[in-house]
Design a protein around this ligand. Structure first.
Ligand SMILES: *Cc1c(COP(=O)(O)O)cnc(C)c1O
Length: 499
């Protein structure tokens, strides 16, 4: 039987897995979810001795079941063949008495590479499966890392265009340079005057703009999303939860069946939601530790049941987590509410009109069973980077430091001795200035100089993709107002760049 995804907001709006991957978001603005998720199980015993790619094939087949097995195998192979600098794709290293799951060995040095390396392959496969012709236009709002990872993933992929909107002034110098120097004949990058939430809202509005979608369709063009609202982003992220668990079993740090905690630096709630899915699929997980920076909406939500975005937006040293509206939380609400679509719709309408909503006591109780919420301010994130380097010789990036510290706080507060896996989402060199300053105090040099200085002092190698970045030619310098994003999409849809 072909399983069907449905919109979180309306069970009558359905799609096969391949359709969901192509569309990204449902027509009513809801996110695609599987109603029967808890009926699916991964047998962890059968994962013993398997490689990352083999585990990926198993998880992808379960979650995307209208994709033929041989196509999934091909997608996995093409995605991870030579894009990652480590054979294991996502190595696990011991730091103190915790484990760090390194998700940053892909082409842009951030965890988003793991999913965005495979999404284009899933999308072009889904395209063929649905007998479609023409062009897929990928729209992406980014807080810094998704943009580059999506550009690299979709660069020169036949039948696609990739458009990225990033907040002007809201990303690091390295992140910006990575995006504006992007090569490829199907790549478009535009800065917007606003923050990430403005960019994300703008993109969502374009998706639900019927007139524009009709006009594009008449020309054989469809819009899709590379943001983590796409199930094709979410599903590949489930893989490394299982993979890292099996690594701990292999290292004899746990016995198979023992529970573990995962600490996740969280923004849009995509990464940690994949952990929740892993748990539902049968991975023995005790707590999912949701770590925030000063933008601590999720911390408040997990502790009170009130989601309230009406608050000051902080620019922090972990910019990829500077988010007040965590889109993927909508999927968790769907499951916490007992798959009550109209309830989810009401929450989302309330969020849109008033900026807040409150979940029921029952939902809150369940939420707290699976999740622990914490947040870490700048001073403590910096201190964590310094101490972890001094004690263990391990260099954390600013996002991972937030998760590492939240995990320590959790352990102190609860006395829970369960084995811990901290998800490391970026190379420290993506945020060289902040990492350098955490270790050696404030510095005036620009990020590229500090990258070199940091490497000389710490003896930790700079990833190759960041090493030669600064001499690359700038190819994208557009800036637009939020209300001009639609125009930019139309412009890009008509533009054919020369090869
Ligand atoms: C995107 C990102 C995050 C946040 O992940 P979400 O899935 O949006 O919660 C954390 N750290 C880094 C480095 C990122 O790029």
């Amino acid at each position: 039987m072909v399983q069907v995804y449905e919109s979180t907001r309306n069970s009558k709006i359905t799609a096969t897995a391949s359709e969901a991957v192509l569309k990204g978001i449902a027509d009513d603005g809801g996110l695609y979810v599987l109603r029967n998720l808890e009926e699916k199980k991964v047998q962890i015993n059968e994962l013993q001795g398997k490689s990352y790619k083999e585990i990926a094939e198993i998880i992808l087949k379960i979650m995307l079941n209208d994709f033929p097995q041989d196509k999934i195998k091909a997608c996995v192979k093409n995605a991870y063949r030579d894009k990652f600098s480590k054979e294991e794709i996502t190595p696990v290293v011991k730091v103190g008495d915790s484990y760090v799951l390194e998700l940053f060995h892909g082409p842009t040095s951030a965890f988003k590479d793991v999913a965005l390396s495979i999404l284009p392959h899933l999308m072009t496969t889904a395209y063929q499966m649905n007998n479609m012709e023409g062009e897929v236009i990928i729209l992406t709002a980014t807080s810094g890392d998704t943009g580059k990872a999506a550009l690299e993933g979709f660069k020169d992929v036949e039948g696609t265009k990739i458009l990225v909107f990033y907040p002007e002034g809201g990303v690091s110098q390295v992140q910006k340079t990575q995006m504006v120097t992007q090569e490829g004949n199907n790549t478009f990058v535009c800065a917007i005057k606003g923050n990430f939430d403005d960019a994300q809202t703008g993109v969502k509005e374009i998706f639900s703009n019927e007139k524009l979608n009709k006009e594009l369709k008449a020309k054989n063009r469809v819009l899709s999303s590379a943001n983590s609202i796409n199930v094709g982003r979410l599903v590949p992220q489930i893989v490394y939860y299982f993979y890292s668990y099996m690594k701990l079993v292999e290292k004899a740090a746990i016995n198979i069946g023992d529970k573990v905690n995962f600490a996740v630096p969280t923004g849009n709630f995509g990464n940690i939601l994949a952990g929740y899915y892993a748990k539902v699929l049968g991975l023995p997980v005790n707590k999912l530790i949701c770590a925030s920076n000063e933008n601590n909406v999720l911390y408040d939500f997990i502790n009170t049941g009130v989601y309230n975005r009406n608050r000051e937006f902080h620019k922090t040293i972990s910019p990829s987590m500077d988010i007040l509206v965590s889109s993927n939380l909508e999927r968790l609400l769907y499951y916490l509410s007992g798959k009550n679509n109209s309830m989810v719709r009401d929450f989302m309408e309330s969020l849109k009109s008033t900026g807040r909503y409150t979940i029921t006591d029952e939902m809150l109780k369940e939420l707290k069973e699976d999740f622990y919420g914490g947040f870490v301010e700048k001073e403590y994130a910096e201190k964590t980077i310094k101490e972890t380097f001094e004690k263990y010789g391990y260099l954390l990036d600013t996002h991972t430091a937030v998760a590492y510290k939240t995990m320590e706080d959790y352990r102190k507060e609860t006395g829970d001795g369960t084995a811990n896996i901290v998800l490391s989402t970026a190379s420290p060199y993506k945020f060289s200035k902040s990492v350098y300053e955490s270790l050696y105090g404030s510095a005036n040099e620009d990020e590229f100089e500090l990258m070199e200085n940091l490497s000389q002092k710490t003896k930790v190698k700079v990833p190759a993709n960041l090493n030669n970045l600064k001499n690359k030619e700038v190819k994208h310098s557009q800036v637009c107002n939020v209300n001009k994003m639609e125009e930019y999409v139309i412009f890009a849809s008509k533009t054919q760049k020369n090869k």
